[in-house]
Design a protein around this ligand. Structure first.
Ligand code: PGA
Length: 237
């Protein structure tokens, strides 16, 4: 399974380095088979030691190799650190940073052309959730506009917007309903994200069609993140 941590706008360079070292040591010293991802802040990217099943990724990029885009990070700056996994379409970028589906699709095509792994995030806001499953699914399918769902390095993260950073988790039934419907049409691994923590990861990973989790808040503590990886190891599917 895939156990991913999204640092968002947290941690300094030094603190991130210490975190990554601790997770690397944990993964290297266990027989864990989980695919671990850590989406670090840009300022903390570096050439980290290689550890099997563990990759440090980028939370964002501007879809250029390099150029004049003041304040943005192009692919050249990611390649310098061997980054080959990126997040695209996170709800904070869609809703707070106002990225359009068109721009997201451009970023997707750019990353795909560079053959990197993409964790592509989708999720519905609260007002759509209130309208029921058909409204939710049509909202989610619209988030695939311009996206090549057959890309072989695609991983999808279903993250209901109302469950991100709020402490509210979708019910297991709701997660299962959405993931099962996504699974009907998509062959990529499916992750769930939205207030995943040590206390609920076991139940979430047992949901049919769930291939892993994307964790924000609860992953920012090394011990908790290691514990989540350990719990994932106990889940037999
Ligand atoms: P959360 O964030 O775990 O804090 O809800 C998840 C995410 O934004 O990916």
């Amino acid at each position: 399974m895939i156990i991913a941590s999204n640092f968002k706008t947290n941690y300094t360079r030094g603190a991130t380095k210490a975190f990554i070292k601790e997770i690397q040591a944990f993964v290297a010293n266990t027989t864990s088979k989980q695919q671990v991802r850590i989406f670090a802040p840009f300022t903390a990217l570096d050439c980290f030691d290689e550890v099997a099943h563990l990759k440090v990724g980028a939370q964002n990029f501007y879809p250029v190799q390099n150029g004049s885009f003041t304040g943005e990070i192009g692919f050249e700056q990611l390649e310098e650190f061997g980054i080959d996994t990126v997040l695209i379409g996170h709800s904070e970028r869609r809703h707070i940073l106002k990225e359009s589906q068109n721009f997201i699709a451009q970023k997707y095509d750019f990353a795909k052309a560079r053959e990197v792994e993409i964790i592509y995030c989708i999720g519905e806001p609260q007002e759509i959730r209130m309208q029921g499953i058909d409204a939710i699914m049509s909202y989610l399918w619209e988030q695939f506009e311009g996206i090549d769902i057959h890309y072989d390095k695609l991983i999808i993260a279903y993250e209901p917007v109302w469950a991100i950073g709020t402490g509210l988790t979708a019910s297991l039934e709701d997660i299962e309903e959405v993931l099962t419907r996504l699974r009907d049409k998509l062959s990529a691994p499916l992750l769930y994200g939205g207030s995943v923590k040590v206390e609920n990861i076991d139940a979430i990973l047992h949901v049919k069609a769930c291939d892993g989790v994307l964790v924000g808040t609860a992953s920012w503590n090394e011990k908790a993140f290691c514990e989540m990886i350990r719990i994932a190891d106990t889940v037999k599917k």
